[in-house]
Design a protein around this ligand. Structure first.
Ligand code: HBZ
Length: 842
């Protein structure tokens, strides 16, 4: 890289290179400079917001230097890059992460203190970057962290939503959605007004034939919308490598507004055009695991995919390599089916614009793409109506039909006279209206497909994608069990535990880089001083959450009580209803006891958090019931500390960072076979909490790693679900008697008007109990009793916690990214020169 600087300027460049802060004085000087010049404020009215801004800018200055160097290094090395296409990146806050990765957090802490601030308060000024719904979006964020930390040349591509996931307010027990306008001040993004791509929609296709008889399609007419790039630096931990996340924002293609319309006096319609263009990247769709088939969503998908591919292709073309080398330079990962149009778009670019033959182009496409499936839930599998695709993307629909034709022809060659298989695997579903099945398109256009936990990968191989395994062979379908970044989910969220672990396994720069080193902890499991320190860390984390609960809800909770946490999107398949029914059962039992008996019951705090999709009526009813129960239980003088029920409003990444380290027990209780993986289960165990859960998703592998004796499993198995459901419909199915008591209490009006909760009860009693709440209720209660008994033996409990943490190394997203790199992408890390670069790690 140094050699790339022209000789006459080299010395000046190198002499003036920025790196970490030379000490507290320099940090303070930088903060003051940013307050006074960049923000144009006087130090005397520098509040916490301004201190946050200036601190961020000071760290950002350090970050961008390495960012530029990394990009330059990658360009010169000219090796293969990974492009991670995700419609969601649930990043959370950036400043703390920047401090960790640039280094010098301690310097900032004491510098800020000199200036009159507490670093924790400053960090909390930042809005979460909440460009995602839940697990899928957070996984993308963890992957970016690991890609950078492992020195992989990688870019993320996404949309720069003006509004992220809505903010949740609870008013009178009901969820109310408030827009999340988060871009007010965002020091972490760099607008690239010079990096734009014009994206076409609608129009028609014209075909021309040249002298040789070759037919070329031309997509003409229609609307154009401009994509503008915004870049976000993604620093790695303990490496100077800093990757790029490029988010596209939509604008009217003609700039400010259409001057022709403006000059002809049609000012309003010119403004309306502009607003229509901006609508594309305006808002994140707030559904998780549900496909609603809205036109604007399809527009978002194509807009983002087309801009990203244009960018990737432009970068490749600079290398002047032949097209067949494209897959040697480019690996594109599709995060779910949302970016599947990229497959069609690349084929279009190659055949229509670059003049390649269909087969040559299709080979390149297949070698370039990989697809990750995140769900087997039928309502979440994306389908677009043929009519809508035809209208919005006429040329793409033709290409999809051709892809399907050639695919079905090849299937027919392998399975002659098998009409059934042809109609089952057709990318076009012959329904009314006809639909494009995006998962099938993604499979056919990729060379690898992965599920996100072993059970899930087995399920997709044997159920929804079974025919494709027959057609392509088993090697195309692989498992990559999800992981989480230990930087954010251990070190940043739980500094107390991270520091304690460091005393036993060597500094954080060791175990945060290789999480399997945690296994050394097991040697200290019987060390009394260590155990005592462990318990103190947990108690302090619980106290921190108790304080948070006090300030936000007004309820006082006892940090000695067992904290039982379920935080995740509200969904029937995740079964928050099972949890709250269990809480009601516990409450009824407590009510029936004498005060003396009640005193002997181990106290519990049941903590819930999570958003419901705005249109998901049942999920909203669940939230309402939890809040109604909370109000009754918490105000019942008979109950006192024995039971408290808390709903934490507006659950998000930065709240997870407070909640996760404070849990004793967390609930991962989806109907077996429905939760593809889950990732918060990993976060909770890594932070020294135990799990109550079903044999679902990654719970199974967590059990394999930490041992059966360290997890509370219950409920029916995935393999029995179909039969149970069948029995609900055709057998004589009775609701569990314990659950009947709960329903009776709800019916009697204990928690307000029964009318408000009738839907939840009917789902179990009258509509087939699809999620098996009644079937699993008894097993759930028994297992919760076992939890109480285990918690009463604190010594044994702590042993379980320490042992579990020591065995969690497998669940680092670093392991996961290395598996993708090897099995799917065929990319290698690009080590930065070690002699230069800033100080890294702490
Ligand atoms: O992806 C989640 C799975 O439910 C979870 O089990 C898994 O751990 C995680 C990471 O692999 N899926 C989602 O979060 N899905 C969505 O958020 C989603 C969003 C929009 C959609 C469909 C799904 O259209």
């Amino acid at each position: 890289v140094e050699a790339s600087i022209p000789e006459p300027q080299r010395e000046a460049w190198l002499k003036n290179q920025a790196s970490g802060f030379k000490g507290k004085d320099e940090f303070e000087k930088e903060v003051v400079r940013h307050v006074e010049t960049t923000l144009a404020r006087s130090m005397f009215n520098c509040d916490e917001t301004a201190a946050y801004a200036a601190t961020s800018l000071a760290f950002r200055d350090r970050l961008v230097i390495e960012w530029n160097r990394t990009q330059q290094r990658q360009t010169f090395a000219d090796t293969k890059r990974v492009y991670y296409l995700s419609l969601e990146f649930l990043m959370g806050r950036a400043l703390d992460n920047a401090m960790l990765n640039v280094g010098d957090k301690e310097v900032a802490k004491s510098g800020l203190s000199d200036l009159g601030f507490r670093i924790e308060d400053i960090i909390q000024q930042e809005n979460d970057a909440a460009l995602g719904n839940g697990g899928l979006g957070r996984l993308a964020a963890c992957f970016l962290d690991s890609l950078a930390s492992l020195d992989y040349p990688a870019w993320g591509y996404g949309l720069r939503y003006r509004y992220g996931i809505f903010k949740q307010e609870i008013i009178d027990g009901y969820q109310v959605e408030v827009p999340d306008y988060w871009l007010d001040f965002n020091p972490w993004e760099f607008p690239r007004h010079d990096v734009t791509v014009d994206i076409q929609f609608y129009g028609y296709v014209k075909k021309t034939t040249d002298d040789s008889g070759k037919v070329t399609a031309h997509w003409e007419g229609g609307d154009t919308v401009r994509a503008v790039a915004y870049d976000v630096p993604i620093p790695g931990y303990a490496t100077p490598a800093t990757n790029n996340l490029r988010l596209w924002s939509s604008q009217a293609a003609s700039g400010e507004f259409d001057f022709q319309k403006f000059n002809s006096g049609d000012y309003e319609s010119s403004v309306a055009d502009q607003q229509r263009a901006e609508t594309i990247s305006a808002v994140l769709y707030p559904n998780d695991n549900l496909d609603r088939g809205k036109e604007l969503r399809l527009k978002q998908q194509y807009f983002w995919v087309a801009a990203s591919l244009y960018d990737i292709v432009r970068r490749f073309k600079k290398s002047k390599r032949p097209w067949r080398e494209f897959p040697d330079q480019v690996a594109i990962q599709l995060n779910d089916t949302h970016p599947t149009l990229a497959i069609v778009e690349l084929q279009r670019i190659l055949i229509d614009l670059e003049g390649l033959d269909w087969d040559d182009a299709w080979n390149i496409v297949q070698q370039t793409f990989c697809y990750t499936n995140h769900t087997v839930l039928p309502e979440a599998l994306e389908k677009w109506s043929v009519g809508l695709v035809q209208h919005l993307l006429p040329r793409h629909l033709q290409i999809i039909y051709d892809i399907n034709l050639f695919f079905l022809q090849s299937v027919e060659r392998s399975f002659p006279k098998n009409r059934e298989i042809l109609s089952r695997v057709s990318i076009i579903e012959e329904s009314q209206p006809k639909m494009v099945r995006m998962a099938y398109l993604a499979i056919v256009g990729s060379h690898k497909v992965n599920g996100v936990a072993e059970l899930h990968s087995d399920l997709i191989r044997t159920t929804i994608f079974k025919d494709f395994v027959t057609i392509f062979g088993p090697d195309k379908f692989v498992n990559v069990t999800n992981g989480i970044t230990p930087r954010r989910w251990l070190h940043q969220a739980n500094p107390g535990l991270s520091d304690l672990i460091a005393t036993k396994v060597g500094g954080p720069e060791l175990f945060l880089k290789d999480l399997t080193l945690l296994n050394k902890l097991e040697l200290s499991v019987n060390d009394p001083a260590f155990r005592k320190a462990w318990a103190e860390v947990k108690l302090a984390n619980k106290q921190r959450l108790a304080d948070y609960i006090k300030t936000t809800t007004g309820y006082t909770v006892n940090p000695i009580a067992l904290f039982d946490v379920q935080v995740k999107r509200i969904h029937e398949y995740k079964r928050q209803q099972l949890n709250i029914f269990g809480v009601i059962y516990r409450y009824l039992k407590l009510k029936a006891m004498t005060p003396e008996e009640r005193k002997k019951v181990p106290p519990r705090v049941s903590i819930f958090g999570g958003k419901a999709a705005p249109g998901y009526w049942m999920a909203k009813q669940i939230i309402h019931l939890i809040n109604s129960v909370s109000k009754v239980v918490n105000n019942d003088p008979d109950i006192g500390d024995a039971l408290k029920v808390i709903f934490i409003e507006d659950y998000n990444v930065s709240k997870a960072e407070i909640i996760v380290p404070a849990s004793d027990l967390s609930e991962h209780i989806s109907t077996a076979g429905t939760e593809a993986s889950g990732t918060s289960n990993m976060k909770f165990v890594l932070n020294g909490g135990l799990i109550i859960g079903t044999c679902d998703g990654a719970n199974i592998e967590i059990t394999r790693e930490i041992g059966e004796e360290n997890i509370f499993l219950f409920g029916n198995l995935a393999e029995d679900v179909d039969d149970l459901r069948h029995n609900h419909t055709y057998g004589d199915h009775k609701t569990d008697p314990g659950l009947d008591q709960v329903f009776d209490a709800i019916h009697s009006g204990t928690f307000g008007s029964v009318h408000d909760f009738q839907g939840m009860i009917s789902a179990v009693r009258d509509h087939g109990d699809y999620y098996l709440v009644s079937d699993d209720f008894h097993s759930y209660l028994e297992t919760q009793d076992l939890v109480d008994k285990s918690y009463a033996d604190q010594e044994l409990w702590i042993t379980k916690c320490i042992t579990s943490v020591s065995r969690m190394g497998f669940f680092s997203s670093d392991r996961c990214i290395n598996e993708y790199a090897e099995m799917m992408w065929n990319v290698e890390p690009l080590q930065p020169e070690t002699n230069i670069g800033t100080k890294k790690g702490e």
